[in-house]
Design a protein around this ligand. Sequence first.
Ligand SMILES: [Zn+2]
Length: 299
Amino acid sequence: MRLGIDLGGSKIELVALDECGKVLLRRRRPTPRGSYRETVAAVGKLVAAAERELGQRGSVGVGIPGAESAVDGTVKNANSTWLIAHALRDDLQTLLQREVRLANDANCFALSEATDGAAEGAETVFGVILGTGVGGGIVVRQRVLEGANRIAGEWGHNPLPLPDEEILPPPPCYCGRCGCIETWLSGPALAADHLRHGGEALIAPQIASRASHGDTACEATLQRYERRLAKALAMVVNILDPDAIVLGGGLSNIDRLYRSVPQLWRRYIFSDVVQTRLLRNSHGDSSGVRGAAWLWNAA
Ligand SMILES: [Zn+2]
């Protein structure tokens, strides 16, 4: 049995999978925000309760909104800031009395979709989260590619390439730089772009919905979004050349992206034919927690 835990900023979710990926049990509880000690204890309680209920012991994989430092193993880059600088993996291993695998939540998303999701069977998969933020993860032959600095796939903080249509100064990013992909392609970025071009204050799903009903300003905003997404993904294709790119997060629900973006990215990809598939995720919000469980799918 594999236990996956998605340690989010607002909730901690646990799933127990059998070897075929069937869900045996699913539990969630609010994250004790601000307290590292209570967060670790909450994970311990969820695991203990699940194992008691199912009458068996499982492997434990944990997805976190950050990464482990390659230097000392402490958590970095986490927007759940109370996790930062703590040796989370060590503390969980001590508490749970077993080896624990830890990975970035976007890596878990990519692993879930590459293992038994939309990109099942694809050799190289780039998983993208387009939500409140923008993240990415790389999976090769069903193994997460972590990288020397544990940041492989962290695509959201590259600058948007080829900003040919941008006359405005690039938006500032929380990371300290300007014009990061995240500042163009997250949900809040789409809403901000609509405002910047004289549109109403709308959230991303409203803009997509109005565009589909013929609103010309929303349609123009969505077209700018699609061009930017195509450019940003083309850069990934030119470097990694993945077999499949899977989209997750709230904006992955915009149906037209799967038709428009592959038409647009051709002009930016250095190849005569482009066979890369752009796919919608199949596990939705469950992909993070399933991917955490699949961290133990390889020896
Ligand atoms: Zn940034």
